[in-house]
Write a protein that binds this ligand. Sequence first.
Ligand code: ASP
Length: 604
Amino acid sequence: MAESMLGMKRTHRCTEVSVSDIGSTVTVMGWVQRSRNKGSLIFVDLRDRSGILQLIFEEGKTPAAVFEKAVKLRSEYVIAVTGRVAKRAGAVNPNLRTGDIEILADELRILSESETPPFPIEENSRTRDDIRLKYRYLDLRRPDLQKNIFMRSRVCQIVRSFLTDEGFIEIETPMLTKSTPEGARDYLVPSRVHPGSFYALPQSPQLFKQLLMVSGYDRYFQLARCFRDEDLRADRQPEFTQIDMELSFVDVDDVIDVNERLLKRLFKEILDVDVQIPIQRMCWQEAMERYGSDKPDTRFGMELQDVTDIVKDCGFGVFTGAIEKGGSVRGINAKGQGGMPRKKIDKLGEFVKDYGAKGLPYIALHEDGTCKCSFAKFMTDEELKALIAAMKGEPGDLLLFAADRDKTVFASLGALRLELGKQMGLIDKNKFNFLWVTEFPLLEWSDEENRYMAMHHPFTMPMEEDYPNIDTDPGHVRAKAYDIVLNGTEIGGGSVRIHQDDIQEKMFEVLGFTKERAYRQFGFLLDAFRYGVPPHAGLAYGLDRLVMIMAGADTIRDVIAFPKVKDASCLLTSAPAPVEEDQLEELGIEVRPQEGEPAETAKE
Ligand code: ASP
């Protein structure tokens, strides 16, 4: 039976009690981590969010009624205890902050009983993810998850304090809004008052933050919830949080400067890690050529080598064919992997197929000076030698190649490099390597849409020196866009925005938007820009990913209190769920049955 805590007041959290309290009386409250009954002595580990404290109930010393009650204690009961702090009579536990003290209980109330939980509440749980998520409120009691959630809160707090000190104003932008230009699918919310019309949940506060610059707020930030209805991909969440900011009268360097100082402060205060600023910058083209990725993990080398010139006249049709079609041949040198078994190399060949490569030509250089080359019969000895030299191949190395259009070469070698880096143990998990990737292409050709798409979004400013070529060579115009990359993960990105109508109009034209369509979608922004708009720029971080890396968590689910799973459902609440027929009727919505099944509505 649950008792009231009336008359008892908590004096300390568990680990706030210390040796200096020995002899004094304290009242603590929390959950029973475990209770050990040794006959005349009952040991209880009491847990709250601060940690664990040992309670002692001793027959003869503890009042009899209290002792009797203590016999009933089970894991996860919620209790309140008043008692005297004493030096531990038994062995000191060096693993606990409170390991050298205990509480000799005088009073005990059982505030709430608990059924046996479906899994033990302990660190490093081996419980299946779906069970953990169904009982998320219990999972969240585990100290390792609590540590992540506390860290997340501190990150937010430091961000707020830093940005406020830098003159940023925290402003909320609407959740029920119109489609934003981030390029993913929107989550729609039907309007009851305007049947047939829909709000979109924001994919980012992009347009609103730009409007705030028009309104003269000068520096804005928000910890903004964003929604993107993307296809199922591992470790994505349909709703996520951005640290979003926008600044007026600035250029690329100003945004980078304030953000470097923010990152420095965050990593120092939270992890005691010194981030060296200025952070290294690399333009997009260089990142692709050296690492095959626009978010390179620079914690290890194994950079790509361009060998197009070396092999352009060789007899290997795979190489020359790719070059003739305007592509390239590039390779990576997996140092010391020359003895890799054929089967394992074949597996790598399968691996790169996922990235579009048709094969994985290789040269294995053996320690005895011989080599095995998968395309040897097409090459003269001189050609082979020149290729090995270009790859800086030494006995014991494994040289792996890709020949295709650049996009495919970069994607496959970039992924292969990462895979080998992992397999070969080249990645130092204790390192935090930051990198700015700058000068992204403004546009990206989409085969599906048969037109150029904005690589960042349609409001991103082209680089001044490239803009004159936008009509003749749009694919090579670079943008004033930047990403901040940490250990191979993009943790944030942004751009300088277009604030001149002529450039914006041109941008829409290149993107294949008619004036009407641009107006329909973004008319309010374009109108606003007619009334005096300052040059402005901004950036947004993915808070979940940032905290995930800082906390050393394996998935963003471990830094979000109530995450969803891969198919965007919530195992705790069973959302999304069918709704009542009359709710749909009010909204003027009829659900079309899916593939012959009757439409599902909520059951009584
Ligand atoms: N709105 C952009 C994003 O969500 C960030 C920015 O351009 O500031 O990625």
